[in-house]
Design a protein around this ligand. Sequence first.
Ligand SMILES: *Cc1c(COP(=O)(O)O)cnc(C)c1O
Length: 390
Amino acid sequence: MIAFHKPYLLKEFYKETWTRYENAAESDLFQTLESEAGAWVESALRAVRGYEKIPNVYWTHSATHALEIMALALELGPEDEVILPSFTYVATANAFARTGARLVFADIETDTLNLDPKSVERVMGSRTRAIIPIHYGGVAADLSGLAQLAKQSGAWLLEDAAHCIGSSQAGMALGGFGAMGCLSFHKTKNISSNGSGGCLMLSDTALKARVDEIFYQGTDRAAFLRGETTAYKWKRIGGDFDMPALSKFYLAEALRHTERVNDRRKQLWRRYAEAFVPLVEKGVLRTAKIDAGAEGNGHIFYIQTRDVLTRRSLKAALFENGIETVTHYEPLHLTGIGRKIGRAADHMTITEDAGETVLRLPIYPQMTDSEQEKVISEVYQYYRKRGFIS
Ligand SMILES: *Cc1c(COP(=O)(O)O)cnc(C)c1O
């Protein structure tokens, strides 16, 4: 079976992690261990191109937690609206929904499946407090278009960059353009921590004091640790978000492989995109544009079939031939809960089409050229058998 995904996990990551952990644990009390782990993972992230200039990074259990911090930091309530894509993972919606804010789903663009500024503009209003794009598959959304709308409406631009480790635009990491952004190190992503992990990247330093408190149970513990107060107090609603030290040591090792992992993924991405050009030209299927792969991190390679039935039968045919493929997001605005707590733009056609037609193909650094050849030839075989191509 050619798996859809294999986490990039080396035994040496665990060995290194354990050595660092033991050394740090011997050196002093837990406090030192924690600060050493934090400094260690931070330096590993800063060594990846695009992350040098992010003002503040907070390590979290998951990207979900980073999104929850963002939502808390905006102090949203039932009178407030946040605009997000419907074609996203539930975590983007959950984080903001639990503050009581109204979710407003906008449509996406055909080429990238990213939030469409034109659709955002149509749903934007005086209650809009945040615009939250995701960068699907590590390919940037239209950041300048969305930033302009955010400015126009006085809303925050926040980025769900969960897919994006290693993706940048003009030298700045995705997730570093908005006021806040997050990365995910879940095992399904390009680089993973010890099973799960994430971080919040804070670029708008006006929010720093607030986020510092939220991060430590809504207290001024950060100020206390700096010796500015003698005891710490409860100041606002917060939570327990800090990534455990062991995971930080592990993630630091994994992060050093970012470029290697992404280069191989991008190579596989380009190979897929080139191989399917004839099918795209015949109108048999659609893929992202080839130049999208060059800018991204090869997190996702997807094709779009003509309709949901074709997707189902192609997926089944590939599975019978030992290839695992995976569909993607069910549009959130079509779910019962999505309808109840949110509203959607009047046209959600690209989103609804993507929900029915996107099929993701296997892509990960351990995948061999011959495995990829097999995937490509089985896709061709499927369309040949059905007479779409000769
Ligand atoms: C994976 C993912 C998340 C959640 O990441 P976790 O680290 O698992 O919490 C959020 N948003 C998007 C778009 C994702 O793909």
